[in-house]
Write a protein that binds this ligand. Structure first.
Ligand code: ZN
Length: 108
């Protein structure tokens, strides 16, 4: 399984089962040196919103790091849809606690 397939499966699972996102999430993998993950959102030509997540395979060396970076960015997707600040404040920390408590993941 490629990183693309694995992360694609994770996006479907977490965005549907946990974050309950309404907008589609597009994930692009790259070899960026300046970030491990990056969140943006855009409107397509018909005015439909979607989330755009970039994950650096260079900065994320293990599958666990890639997963945690993806979850970090999915928190931002949730914040955007729920009109929270897309940042690392209270609502972000709440999700970090959720993943720590329920899955033992350390989202930073
Ligand atoms: Zn962030």
């Amino acid at each position: 399984m490629t990183s693309e397939e694995r992360l694609g499966g994770l996006v479907i699972f977490w965005s549907n089962q946990v974050f309950k996102l309404a907008y589609p999430v597009l994930v692009k993998l790259n070899k960026a040196k300046s970030y491990s993950g990056l969140y943006e959102n855009e409107l397509d030509d018909d005015g439909f919103a979607y989330h755009y997540v970039r994950i650096s395979l260079l900065e994320n060396k293990t599958e666990e790091e890639q997963r945690d970076t993806l979850l970090h960015e999915l928190i931002h997707c949730w914040q955007y849809e729920n009109r929270k600040n897309v940042a690392h404040g209270a609502s972000f920390k709440k999700w970090c606690d959720y993943f720590k408590t329920n899955y033992g993941y350390d989202i930073k």
